[in-house]
Ligand binder design. Sequence first.
Ligand code: NAP
Length: 488
Amino acid sequence: MSTPPGHPEKKLVTLIPGDGVGPECVRAAQRIIEATGAPVAWEEHQAGASVFRQGIASGVPRETIESIRETRVVLKGPLETPVGFGEKSANVTLRKLFETYGNVRPVRELPGVPTPYSGRGIDLVVVRENVEDLYAGIEHMQTPGVAQCLKLISSKGCEKVVRLAFEFALAEGRKRIHCATKSNIMKLTEGALKRGFEQVSREYPGIEAHHIIIDNCAHQLVKKPEQFDVIVTTNMNGDIISDLASALVGGLGFAPSANLGNEVAIFEAVHGSAPKYAGKNVINPTAVVLSAAMMLRHLGEFDAAATIEHAILVTFEDGEARTGDVVGYDKGASTTAFTEAVIANLGRKSERHQVRGYKPLKLPKVNPAADFVKAKDRRVVGVDVFVESSLSSEALGKGLERLAAETPVKLKMISNRGTKVYPATGAITDCVDHWRCRFIRRDASADLADATLLDLLQRIAARYRWMHVEKLQEFDGASGFTMAQGED
Ligand code: NAP
């Protein structure tokens, strides 16, 4: 945490107004914080659309990065992601640059915001892994017609986010955590979060730990959301279910978030730049204001945070300045009128709703060194070679078998988009020109040398167009790869 020059009593925050409705929401939060008298000073910097327009492909200029390195705390508006192929999301870039590995997204019913779920007492937090998974952003066109996105999940990343979820539960006095994954299908990637959860949960015996499959989690969230307290999940799942959950309590206008890492914390609404409302002074700034309250807690300003939350609650309960997303845009209060009402209500307390008693969050201890998970025994047992070909599976299979005839490996099977097609299974598969050709060792105890794999690859390259190779490995006797659908 840093202080501005000449003001040792103030805490310096990097402020990024953002795109679309961002500046309107961020200004509202800034005004409300200033009205509480909380000792916060701002250092304003840009990111997003205006920066992309300057030709900076990351959307985040050096001055903004330097400011964040200094202040370690950011309040930001949403940033638009250009739809072209070149630019990455500046939001994801900021999260990844500063290793904010956990995205905490509280979802709480507000008494003055009627929804079909009103009265059910929804009060849950989604803790989303924030830097790995499909959002590692590693994509390739493997053939002119087939794209691939790598879903990268590390055991270190899983442990960090799971520990964060448990520590967050302790800080908020929460009693139950669901780990939501698709580990039944993606046993190695989604399964890594489940395994990390099962291990770490043993260290927190006071908190109930359950695993739930993500699709059922979505179903249960709509059917009986009040059963959830904390949900920890992978990046993509978390992105989707937190939007879903926000709709249960009134929509994205009410969904704040904190991107937490061990060095930097970035506070922002879950919502995006909502361009259709930009500049119209109609947007509900509550999500950014509640994100700012989370930021105040992070800065140790617990009273100011509670004062703001109460003022928001009272403003909606009074019903005089409800925004258009709640009462319809033809009769909703303007963003500035709502902001002024919240400021006028600072110091009032909601009678129908409690603000939680919070304790400081203890961030998990993380070894800053790269994680080297060592296996006592590791073996290369085969290789998947991905080939682009317009041949039939039968012709390709026979050709590859001949190529490997004299080598230490044999063709085990070929799959097309994950389904085994060679040797034929009788399945009806609509094939594309992208084949995964699996070769395995002939000697069941061999550890295949790179020279064997490179020789095979050269033989294949002489006749076919290959585009990707993946070693098949075993670690301490456990298979490090999954079977194709239909593979025995
Ligand atoms: P969006 O900006 O979140 O807007 C989707 C819809 O959510 C809006 O049309 C509106 O619904 C509702 N909404 C959003 N903010 C609201 C608020 N403050 N109050 C009330 N309702 C609100 O999503 P998008 O249109 O998919 O994305 C627009 C841009 O934002 C994209 O460039 C995207 O990449 C970017 N984005 C940025 C972030 C971020 O900065 N963290 C997050 C998500 C998206 P109704 O139409 O029903 O009124």
